[in-house]
Write a protein that binds this ligand. Sequence first.
Ligand SMILES: NC(=O)c1ccc[n+]([C@@H]2O[C@H](COP(=O)([O-])OP(=O)(O)OC[C@H]3O[C@@H](n4cnc5c(N)ncnc54)[C@H](OP(=O)(O)O)[C@@H]3O)[C@@H](O)[C@H]2O)c1
Length: 260
Amino acid sequence: MTLEKLQPAGSVASDGMSAKAELTGQTVVVIGASSGIGLETARRARAEGANVILTGRNPERLQRAASELGALSTAAFDATDPAPLERFFRDLPTTIDHVMVTAGRPYYGRIVDMDFAQARRALDDHLLLVLQVARNAADKVRPGGTLLFMGGTGGRRPGVGLGIASTITAALPALTANLALELAPVRVNLIAAGFVDTPLSASLLGDQLENRRNQLRATLPIRRVVGPADVAALAVHIMTNTALTGATYDIDGGQQFVAA
Ligand SMILES: NC(=O)c1ccc[n+]([C@@H]2O[C@H](COP(=O)([O-])OP(=O)(O)OC[C@H]3O[C@@H](n4cnc5c(N)ncnc54)[C@H](OP(=O)(O)O)[C@@H]3O)[C@@H](O)[C@H]2O)c1
């Protein structure tokens, strides 16, 4: 694990900040911040005046994100590995305001074909990661701050190859609600996304990406593709709206209601 000090928050260009900066003086930790939803959330939080602490596995990608955003610090480690995760939170020099977890990727595969090591790993990577973050972050986040996790809406409909994804999809809202009670007054919430146009989606779809975008534009009730900035805006809202805890927020452009 590397922990590098970068620029202080004050160095952000003031013209990069929104007119009504809602996170001024707050510190936001993003676990999985070098790409996609995490990177966009860090960017948005920064534009709202926050200091950001960024993590991810690949140090070069992380460094690129940190330089662009003027991050307070970075730490490169695998969030599913309990020891460095615990060390990361233990070594945080100050109380933090919010933690957003975007590490991970969906698991697809027929459950009947899966060996148990694979199944255990997939469940660990998703459910135990939430528990590990909750346990380690609990006394580092100030009262009223948030823990924010990522789930999905796609797994609500059963499908061949979606067994693990569906199980995790069903479990995360329950885990979130229970953690919200146990960790109060720290707030705990879940964002459930449908297709989001990120590097992860691009890597999963390969040369089918443009077809998928076109299909979504044609079928989604919102008639456009959901992007990481949409999710980032929701994430920052959840951080700043202190009435929100224990809840799951769907952001899928209505995808779960149509055969998309
Ligand atoms: N995109 C979608 O359509 C969609 C829909 C619903 C839910 N989600 C979920 O939302 C989250 C973010 O998705 P995304 O599309 O933004 O993915 P992404 O573009 O691949 O970004 C994931 C970020 O997390 C980091 N990361 C991945 N695994 C990690 C690990 N084990 N430890 C530490 N950092 C890790 C990645 O950097 P490194 O690889 O360098 O570690 C990267 O910075 C994922 O959990 C995904 O399953 C995505």
